[in-house]
Design a binder for this molecule. Structure first.
Ligand code: ADP
Ligand code: MG
Length: 907
């Protein structure tokens, strides 16, 4: 990751002194650059954006383009590189992805105007826009299925040491604007849910020593803002002004931190868009507080939206995504990232899916109608920023057309669950004449840019048609002229051509050209150019024709641009109902997609309520199942029961799962977490039945050895994360611990796992799944009333282990490690030797079994009260254990430093 404001670009381009040796153009450049010190400056020169000085060096390195020189500045060469304007999007994308920000500086007058002021005068230029990761609108720079959020942070003190943070998220590409408030310890959870593209926050928060580590670890560019104008009062003023309201009360009751954050986000949008006005909706409170809390490590570990290696393919999201519109894909991702915690809201979503599961006809009709829906929200955003093209107008036409058709489908169905009924109403709120007008005006084939012209339908505007005819006609006239000249001069190879420098000209071979220089042709043809084998001439007739053609094209374009502006205004006048329709289309897409998924994959509606039940019948892991299916292999469904064993039980069950490697323990653990996430996001679930009491917080941790993909496989990380769970998990949490304790020596690991289970049982009292290869732990099942043992069945066939992937009550009889090793191809001699050693070890074990410890140890030496200090004083301390887990030879300098900080934290 790159650090926030890339320090290199922050360096001023060059001192402005020694003006006598600075050309007027360089003086202009330096002035503009000085006003935008934290951005790379794209300086428009003709068909190129040029970069100079340090900017040029950075861009040439990042983009792999040639670094050249242009003139001198104060005696030194000026490094320069450039990108062609028509391909600027690609280069912008790469610079943004590398964490840079770009100021786009355009020529704001015609160069001809500048020339009128004298030969040496510089074309006027100005920065028209700052391109930053969080404020992009270009279709090519955006991922269709992913929101593009800018998140601003503010905070308010709530006590001596406590503060609350306000977060405001703006998606400038769709106009969404949400705010929320959160305590410091949840900042990480919220950011991992929102996945912003860019974070902006006041200097004071960015520089706060307490948050330094946080900002460093977060893999998002952070842009610090100067404090001025970020207080709640200025923020309120700014918001009122933008939305044209006298008071913010109309939007809801917001806290000061929320208002300050919203104001900061808006200020940043205004600063980067320089006057252009994105179609922001009025801020609403984000569902954050009503969503399942899932920290970044759990998200990564469960591979919700990305796999551990960072790809979308293979994630839960990719596996369940059957949406057919970009807006639907974004909404699905958002819902998956933030499952709800209100049973009524969840049931409303299930109702919509259920209806569409039951009514296959409606579902199919909806889905085929939705397939024609383009990205309405983003097209609208581009139009309001005056960055739109003819295709954006057409997208709106097509989208609104489809919206009507879809509304009609729903009306015909009658009797709808609330979610669908609400969407239906929202679809019908825009002016029905607008799509008619758009379709009547726009041609069938459309250029990307409006300046390319020819996007207005023939027959729409008589004046425009006439001008176009003139252009077509003049082409004919030119062809006629060419034929006439050729006949008159007796030169059959005479051609009339066109280029940017000469305009229209007559071209003849060298020999014929010599003739043209003499009478009588001298009177008609004026010599312009001599090429190696040809000569070029102009003529009065040709000049007149050219002027006529050019002016016709010019006037035609002006007319088209006026028509574009009128259409765009008509669209923007409907911005609110269009946005509502876009959201409704996305909601319908998600509901129909989830129904399609449920139908095809045989998923069922879960029962979600306020209790703490967790009973799954024949549950499956959707991603593993899909992968097995591709290989033609079946997935073995399994039951789970973490519900309290009796009505007076003090919490949910802890299921302790043993079984050999490769048996399917990790898969089983994760499938239960995924089922909870799916149920609460409003989806059906891969099980024949599921009864889930709301999970308010989900934890998932994997023992160090499984954690290599994250590149920080230290035992320390595992322990820090386990500590977080034991300190934070409440009675409604769902905890998944996969081979915790395996990153250290056997007895250490066993002891830690043992103590952790006791803590979960007595103090956290939450529903938990715990996979372990320590068979000794199964003895706890007899002593702790809510601990149940389960094992994944294997059997032996001709000395080989066979995995049945079936989870059954009880404990594994042994670990089959040697059989698994044999399967993996360990040399036979090694396998034999291992068997012999195992035999010896088991004999010793029988003489003094660790399991008997259970009876020796007083039950629950664990303190009955929750403590912030993990280990009580006097006992073997965490610090020493943490130290024992560190292997300096295995660590990078950064890991070592991190470990040092953590140790300090433990002390
Ligand atoms: P463990 O954690 O016990 O070592 P995993 O959960 O990693 O085992 O599973 C190992 C492999 O077994 C998986 O990659 C998958 O291919 C297969 N597997 C796991 N669970 C099942 C199941 N329920 N049905 C079919 N195959 C399964
Ligand atoms: Mg495993």
């Amino acid at each position: 990751m790159r650090q926030s404001s890339s320090p290199e670009t922050a360096r001023p381009a060059a001192p402005a002194a020694a003006a006598d040796r600075v050309t007027p153009m360089m003086a202009q450049y330096v002035e503009i650059k000085a006003a935008n010190p934290d951005c790379l400056l794209f300086y428009r020169m003709g068909d190129f954006y040029e970069l100079f000085f340090a900017d040029a060096e950075i861009a040439s390195r990042t983009l792999g383009i040639v670094l050249t020189k242009r003139g001198k500045h104060q005696g030194d060469d000026i490094p320069m590189c450039g990108v062609p304007v028509e391909r600027a999007d690609d280069y912008l994308q790469r610079l943004i992805a590398a964490g840079h920000r770009v100021a786009v500086c355009e020529q704001t007058e015609d160069p001809a105007e500048a020339r009128k002021r004298g030969n040496k005068s510089v074309v006027k230029r100005d920065v028209v826009r700052l391109v930053t990761p969080g404020t992009i609108t270009e279709e090519r720079l955006l991922e269709p299925g992913r929101a593009s959020l800018l998140v601003a942070v503010a905070r308010r003190k709530t006590g001596e040491a406590a503060s609350l943070y306000g977060l405001a998220a703006i998606d400038i590409s769709t106009g969404r604007f949400t705010v929320m408030e959160t305590p410091q310890e949840r900042l990480g959870i919220e950011f991992s849910r929102l996945e912003p593209r860019e974070i902006v926050c006041p200097d004071a928060i960015h520089e706060d020593p307490e948050l330094k580590e946080f900002w460093r670890e977060i893999a998002v560019p952070v842009t610090p803002l100067a404090r001025d104008g970020l207080d709640a009062a200025s923020a309120e003023r700014r918001l009122k002004e933008f939305f044209g309201v006298a008071t913010l009360d109309a939007f809801g009751a917001f806290t000061r931190a929320e208002i300050a954050a919203a104001g900061a986000a808006l200020a940043y949008v205004e600063r980067t868009q320089l006057g252009a006005r994105p179609p922001l909706s009025a801020p609403v409170r984000d569902a954050g507080s009503a969503t399942m809390l899932i920290d970044a490590a759990t998200r990564a570990n469960l591979e919700l939206t990305r796999t551990l290696s960072g790809e979308r393919q293979g994630s839960l999201l990719a596996t369940i995504d059957r949406t057919v519109t970009p807006g639907g894909a974004r909404l699905l991702a958002e819902r998956l990232a933030g499952p709800l915690t209100d049973p009524a809201a969840i049931a409303a979503r299930h109702d919509a899916v259920e209806l569409l599961v039951a009514d296959a006809g409606l579902r199919e009709d909806l889905r085929s109608a939705l397939e024609k829906v383009p990205d309405v929200a983003r097209a609208l955003a581009r139009l309001s920023l005056d960055r739109g093209g003819p295709r954006d107008l057409a997208a709106l036409g097509a989208g609104l057309d489809a919206a009507r058709a879809i509304a009609a489908l729903l009306v015909r169905r009658g009797e709808l669950p609330i979610e669908l009924a609400r969407a239906m109403r929202a679809l019908g709120e825009s002016d029905p004449d607008l799509p008619v007008r758009l379709n009547a005006t726009l041609a069938d084939e459309l250029p990307l840019n409006r300046r390319d012209g020819r996007f207005v339908r023939e027959g729409f505007d008589a004046a425009l048609d006439e001008l176009r005819l003139l252009q077509v006609d003049s082409r004919k006239v030119i062809a006629q002229l060419q034929a006439r000249y050729a006949a008159e001069t007796n030169c059959r190879t005479l051609r009339i051509k066109h280029n940017a420098m000469l305009g229209y000209f007559v071209e003849v071979p060298q020999v014929a050209g010599e003739d043209f220089l003499r009478d009588p042709w001298r009177a008609t043809f004026v010599h312009r150019q001599t090429m190696s084998d040809a000569m070029r001439f102009s003529s009065v007739e040709l000049g007149e024709l050219e002027a006529k053609i050019a002016s016709a094209a010019d006037r035609a374009l002006k007319l088209e641009l006026a028509i574009f502006a009128a259409l765009s205004d008509a669209v923007l006048a409907q911005a609110e109902p269009i946005k509502a329709a876009a959201l409704a289309l996305a909601e319908l897409d998600v509901a129909a997609a989830l129904a399609d998924l449920a139908t095809r994959e045989g998923w069922s509606r879960p029962q979600v309520d306020d209790g703490i039940a967790f009973t799954i019948e024949r549950g499956r892991h959707p991603v593993v199942e899909a992968a097995l299916k591709r290989d033609g292999k079946p997935f073995v469904a399994n039951d789970t029961d973490l519900s309290p064993p009796s009505t007076d039980a003090k919490g949910g069950r802890i299921c302790l799962i043993t079984g050999p490697n490769m048996a399917g323990k990790s898969t089983f653990l994760r499938q239960n977490a995924l089922i909870a996430v799916l149920a609460q996001m409003g989806s059906f679930v891969p099980a024949t039945s599921a009864h889930i009491g709301i999970v308010d917080r989900l934890f998932s941790r994997v023992g160090a050895a499984d954690d290599l993909a994250r590149g920080r496989s230290t035992f320390m990380v595992e322990m820090v994360e386990t500590a977080a769970i034991l300190n934070q998990a409440g009675p409604r949490a769902l905890v998944i611990l996969d081979e915790i304790g395996r990153g250290t020596a056997t007895f250490d690991g066993l002891s830690i796992a043992w103590a952790a289970i006791e803590n979960l049982h007595e103090i956290n009292r939450c529903r938990s799944l715990f996979a372990t290869h320590y068979h000794e732990l199964t003895a706890l099942g007899d002593r702790l009333d809510r601990v149940a043992n389960a094992t994944v069945r294997v059997t032996e066939w001709k000395g080989e282990v066979v995995f049945l992937h079936e989870v059954v009550p009880g404990a594994a009889d042994r670990s089959y490690g040697i059989q698994v090793a044999k399967l993996a191809g360990l040399p036979p001699a090694v396998v034999e030797r291992a068997r012999a050693i195992l035999g010896e070890l088991e004999k010793t074990e029988r003489e003094k079994p660790v399991a008997s410890l259970v009876d020796d140890l007083p039950l629950f030496a664990v303190p009955q009260r929750r403590q912030s200090v993990v280990v009580p004083e006097g006992e073997p301390d965490g610090l020493r254990e943490a130290l024992a887990g560190i292997d300096p030879d295995e660590m990078t300098p950064r890991e070592a430093l991190e470990a040092l900080y953590r140790l300090k934290g433990l002390s």
